[in-house]
Design a protein around this ligand. Sequence first.
Ligand code: NAD
Length: 435
Amino acid sequence: MKNISIIGTGYVGLVTGVCLAEIGHNVTCLDLDKKKIELLTLGVSPIYEPGLDELMASNMERGNLHFTSDTMMALRVADVVYIAVGTPQQEDGSANLSYVFKAAQDIGRNITRDVVVVTKSTVPLGTNYKIEEVVKAYLQGNYRVDIVSNPEFLREGSAVHDSFHGDRIVIGADSPAAADLIEEINQPFGLPILKTSISSAEMIKYAANAFLATKISFINEIATLSEKVGSDIVEVAKGIGKDARIGSKFLDAGIGFGGSCFPKDTRALVKISEAVDHDFRLLKSVIEINDRQKTALVKKAKERFGSLKGKRVALLGLAFKPNTDDMREAASISISKRLLEEGAEIIAYDPIAIENAKKVLPPEVQFVEQIEDAIKKADVVFIVTEWEEIVNKALILSSLFMEKPILFDGRNCYTEEEIKQYPVEYIAIGRKPIK
Ligand code: NAD
């Protein structure tokens, strides 16, 4: 049996480690963040991800899932090492690769046998070869190093499910033996496996995210147009989504994409293009449209009220999407800033992400533990993230608790029939307002 070590226990590393343990491998997860490792060794996941805690517990009990912050311990006897550290955006938009190269140095310094290094982190074209150079430069013995690019496609909020039901596993390698080994390791997931060159694998990840981001910005542009000409974006999306060439997924108009991937990966791909003298104008527009879309609700509220000064806004849903506690590039951040600039007060609610939200939202934002408390105090309700609880309760609670119920829906959560059952003024994205 091969010893697998994973560097980085964030959303990707932890889920990867737990799922590889679940399919029978012996996995050691390494993180430099001692607090995370303390929690993990107690069996507590530092992130919210449906289904993760249960799988973690059962595999720790079986004895094939270990956590450590000791780099040497984790890497010394590893046959396969996954790099799953962050590649956050730098100020100029490009990806910060310092964590990846630090991980590569750690691998070089600490391995004591031949190793296959698997890059899960999203990295720009050519980075895998640089990782190989760094690992080799730090080797303490004459060991063979093979590099595999194995980009990750999981979605936060359904990451465990995606690991077992994803559409494909991409394995980019120069060495057929290394590619075969990673294929063998992943075989029990039972997913289609696509073997490619290293640079194709690197490009597949960026191209996939850029394409999905483009779909979102495209439908948001059609939504903006629909508002002007009187069509309804929900009907339009349904109509075009029926075309198998287009597909119905990622056609939900709203206040744009956020999170730890699309914003940074689209900007990184623009920078990757610039570095080879290509002006990726389409992608630049996608990003620009998304930046505008994030604060569309504030614009609509301003048009509706004239001024937002002194208005108390219930911000419902703070995480960048439902079923996660991840606040990276969440629309709630841009919206809060804009609302405060307009002189509004903010009462914020999220079922899971409040603790993380407190770290990134402006200090003026008030937080409440119950959705009822947000709506009771509000003059205006904004649906920012479509958590199931929020969708189930926002409309009815607004009609019950607000003197003049008015709901701005950034995620088009309701049908016209549902809205018409309540005495609520309703303004959404790409649709006619309902009074
Ligand atoms: P994250 O920030 O949640 O986790 C990264 C972890 O790596 C942190 O816990 C950090 O302490 C640890 N770390 C950094 N350097 C280390 C080192 N040298 N040794 C040990 N631990 C180290 O990041 P994430 O969201 O899991 O993303 C990881 C990568 O996967 C990124 O490149 C991202 O673009 C990509 N990705 C993320 C997602 C997603 O949904 N989050 C999906 C696909 C791909």
